[in-house]
Ligand binder design. Structure first.
Ligand SMILES: NC(=O)c1ccc[n+]([C@@H]2O[C@H](COP(=O)([O-])OP(=O)(O)OC[C@H]3O[C@@H](n4cnc5c(N)ncnc54)[C@H](O)[C@@H]3O)[C@@H](O)[C@H]2O)c1
Length: 504
């Protein structure tokens, strides 16, 4: 099955933000494109807006003037749905309402030829439910573009329950021919990206709700230690708190209120207060004229220890030993079966966040997971009430000597990066096990759809496949709500890799 022929007309119905972007993509790829919108005059306005964007592409020398003129000549707004007769593909990007989309596709079935591919750009509705209204749902597929469609490469090609393999393949190949990176996925709440990404927001909000750290500190730790391009608080201010919350609600409801997707009370209050983010001038942060961005909590300079004793294998944090030596601090290595930690000269211990609370331990400081300890510019530390100030100072001085800023946060099990990454890995592994998409497609979707520094499966391989399961097991012991209970798939993932590594 090949992509649609470039001479085949493509229709875009609903010419708002997404419709215009998708139309531009199909147009620049070389198709004749027709635009239809229910609001009178809107399709014509959209054609003008697309024309203006093509002009900008010419100015940026990404399109020649001849190519722009030819593209403009291929673009045609129509006033009636019947103007879409003869199209080979219709991509719908209208209001996000099931009844509106179903009614539209029912009407389209009477207009377009029998072999016309019908696609929805819905981000939260069930593709199966929209297609369920059709006489011939086999040709109906989800084509989920990301905003802005001309710039973002990812397209989730969603097969509903009744979608024919040939239709899904044709949609996939067509997206690829348009220069996009398609990923194939089953019709599940949130598809790949919006399903697997939920903990990125939820865990940050949970840390904030438990008074573990303020938004600026959580954002800084996830950026500077986790390697994420933006933190969840600043990102949701950009997306719009109402939009982000509505995706969370939709995924949670669609999973029959699965506790792993429970929305955040703090975000609910923010939305109720009308603080929707940049668009209202205030969200988690104040975006008003001249407003100053709060600084993340950063510890004052402290004396580094003269040496550390490294006991056992530090696992994902092993790289630290080389960094400590490079900073001129002696590392005394001791084999130890009884745990893995750095012991400080004063007797205090530094332990990588493992999902446990430090309440039960004496004189322990936890440090958070980093994507790459060498590249990280900030490290979060947490400790119990009974940890001595001298131990916290030694731990702070140690990371500062490695050139890192230090943020001391509250005693939050799993800290910030570790709990977030562990939960993302769990949802990714679970999605693969449930046939939502392949490992490769899940990784591609998360890197391209939300700019994650690594795909979750790749991340899990780097951390050791049992790492996420063990962190979540510990978090589950602290929390007991089920939110952190590792999926069966994650247990299998951990066990299978243990077997491969021959550790029993
Ligand atoms: N905005 C995003 O970031 C984004 C990203 C991915 C997917 N989506 C999905 O894309 C779709 C469109 O979103 P948008 O942000 O472009 O919305 P939008 O409000 O910018 O545009 C929707 C357009 O559809 C038109 N419309 C409404 N009902 C119609 C009908 N029955 N027939 C024809 N036209 C109709 C409206 O007049 C409007 O021009 C939604 O399903 C949304 O979930 C949005």
């Amino acid at each position: 099955m090949t992509a649609l022929d470039l001479s085949s007309p493509v229709a875009v119905v609903g010419t708002g933000t997404m419709g215009q972007g998708i139309a531009q993509v199909a147009l620049v790829a070389g198709h004749p494109v027709r635009l239809y919108d229910a609001a009178p005059g809107r399709a014509r306005q959209a054609a003008d807006a697309i024309g203006a964007r093509l002009d900008r592409l010419v100015e940026k020398e990404r399109l020649t003037a001849d190519e722009r003129d030819a593209a403009r000549a291929r673009l045609r707004p129509v006033d009636e749905l019947t103007g879409l007769a003869g199209c080979a593909l219709v991509v719908e990007a209208v209001l996000e309402r099931l009844d509106v989309k179903q009614e539209l596709f029912r009407a389209l079935e009477d207009v377009v030829p029998d072999d016309c591919l019908l696609a929805t750009n819905t981000s939260s509705l069930s593709v199966t439910a929209i297609g369920g209204a059709l006489r011939a749902p086999g040709r109906f597929v989800g084509l989920h573009f990301f905003n802005p469609a001309p710039l973002l490469p990812l397209v989730e090609v969603v097969s509903g329950f009744a979608t024919d393999v040939t239709s899904a393949t044709r949609a996939y190949e067509t997206a690829r021919a348009w220069g996009k990176t398609p990923v194939a996925c089953a019709d599940t709440p949130g598809f790949i990206v919006n399903r697997v990404a939920r903990p990125f927001y939820a865990e940050a909000f949970a840390v904030y709700e438990s008074q573990g750290a303020d938004p600026a500190t959580v954002d800084a730790v996830l950026r500077e230690s986790g390697g994420f391009r933006m933190g969840p608080f600043e990102l949701t201010d950009l997306i719009g708190q109402d939009v982000n919350e509505s995706v969370t609600h939709s995924v949670w409801r669609s999973f029959f209120q699965d506790v792993r997707f429970t929305p955040s009370l703090a975000q609910r209050r923010l939305v109720e207060s009308g603080r929707l983010g940049r668009k209202t001038g205030h969200g988690w942060y104040d975006h008003g004229e001249g407003a100053e961005r709060p600084e993340p909590h950063t510890a004052e300079p402290a004396e580094p220890p003269a040496y550390v004793v490294a006991e056992g294998d530090l696992g994902p944090a092993s790289e630290l030993l080389a960094l400590i030596r490079e900073a001129g601090i002696e590392v005394r290595e001791e084999d130890e079966d009884n745990g893995t930690r750095l012991v400080l000269p004063g007797g205090g211990q530094l332990v990588l966040a493992d999902g446990q609370t430090s309440v039960e331990f004496r004189d322990v400081v936890y440090f958070d997971l980093a994507l790459d300890y060498r590249g990280a510019t900030r490290i979060a530390l947490s400790h119990a009430r009974n940890t001595s100030p001298a131990t916290v100072a030694e731990a702070t001085g140690l990371f500062q000597a490695l050139g890192k800023k230090v943020s001391v946060i509250g005693d939050v099990p799993g800290m910030i990066v570790a709990r977030t990454v562990a939960r993302i890995i769990d949802l990714a592994v679970d999605a693969v096990a449930k046939g939502v998409a392949t490992e490769e497609d899940v990784d591609t979707a998360m890197r391209l759809g939300v700019n994650y520094p690594l795909g979750p499966l790749e991340w899990s391989r780097r951390l050791g496949s049992g790492w996420a399961c063990s962190v979540l097991d510990n978090l589950h012991q602290c929390d007991q709500s089920g939110r952190y209970a590792p999926s069966l798939a994650l247990y299998r993932h951990a066990y299978a890799s243990d077997r491969r590594e021959g550790t029993s």
